[in-house]
Ligand binder design. Structure first.
Ligand code: DC
Length: 224
């Protein structure tokens, strides 16, 4: 089997940066599954779907053609050939993604796309259910968390770097609401896999988190 390392956890825990550093370190491919959900949600919004209505969202997703390209700043995303990378990072898109992510048919429709990233020499996949649902046979599963305050601060900085202004109060509120939705949903809730390595990144640098993961890596072999 092609090796996979999964990194799950709430938004702002540092998953994206850690996953990218780890993928670079190992020479592995990278799956930012949040971007897959965000692209689906953005497409549904563009199609004027009713975001709270599963059949309306599913009808919109029939014409979804999302592609992703590795990029030094994360992934670049294209919807039907149009670069939507900037739109994917907006909080309105994140909020819509969190809403469509509760829908079981939406989750099922995005499974094959996510699994198609599993290619030689290996994959680092970050998200919410990478270790529990999408790649239950992963070589190493990590659950990365951090306090809400630390996550809001990191998100504010990330958005600022991308030229998006926001306030701490609205970020705290949005992150809290998103956590609640992601953890309490019926399908693929955000929980640590029973065999996950749990890391709290509140007081750790990205480099320290990556070092912890690297030291926990099993021998990664590709079975015939
Ligand atoms: O990691 P992110 O903020 O880009 O994710 C956007 C939303 O997508 C988030 O609210 C939860 C959802 N998501 C999910 O349900 N499962 C995943 N594997 C990844 C993201």
């Amino acid at each position: 089997m092609i090796p996979v390392i999964t990194i799950d956890g709430p938004s702002g825990a540092g998953k994206g940066t850690v996953a990218q550093n780890l993928a670079d370190h190992l020479g592995f491919h990278l799956l930012d599954s949040g971007a897959v959900y965000r692209a689906a949600a953005l497409h549904a919004l563009n199609c004027q779907a009713t975001i709270d209505d599963e059949s309306s969202v599913m009808a919109a997703l029939e014409s979804l053609k999302a592609t992703f390209q590795p990029d030094p700043d994360g992934v670049k995303a294209y919807l039907n050939g149009r670069d939507v990378t900037h739109h994917l990072r907006l909080e309105t898109t994140a909020s819509a993604a969190s809403k469509v992510a509760v829908m079981s048919s939406v989750r099922a429709s995005l499974l094959d796309e996510q699994r198609s990233f599993r290619q030689l020499p290996g994959l680092v996949a970050d998200g919410r259910d990478m270790g529990t649902v999408v790649f239950p046979d992963a070589s190493l599963k990590v659950f990365l968390s951090a306090s809400v305050e630390v996550r809001a601060l990191r998100r504010a900085k990330q958005l600022k770097d991308k030229g998006i202004e926001t306030t701490m109060a609205s970020l705290l509120q949005e992150i809290g609401a998103r956590d609640e939705r992601d953890s309490s949903r019926e399908h693929s809730p955000l929980v640590a896999a029973h065999d996950a390595l749990i890391i709290d990144s509140s007081d750790l640098s990205i480099r320290a988190v990556v070092a912890k993961i690297v030291s926990a890596l099993p021998m990664l072999t590709v079975a015939e």
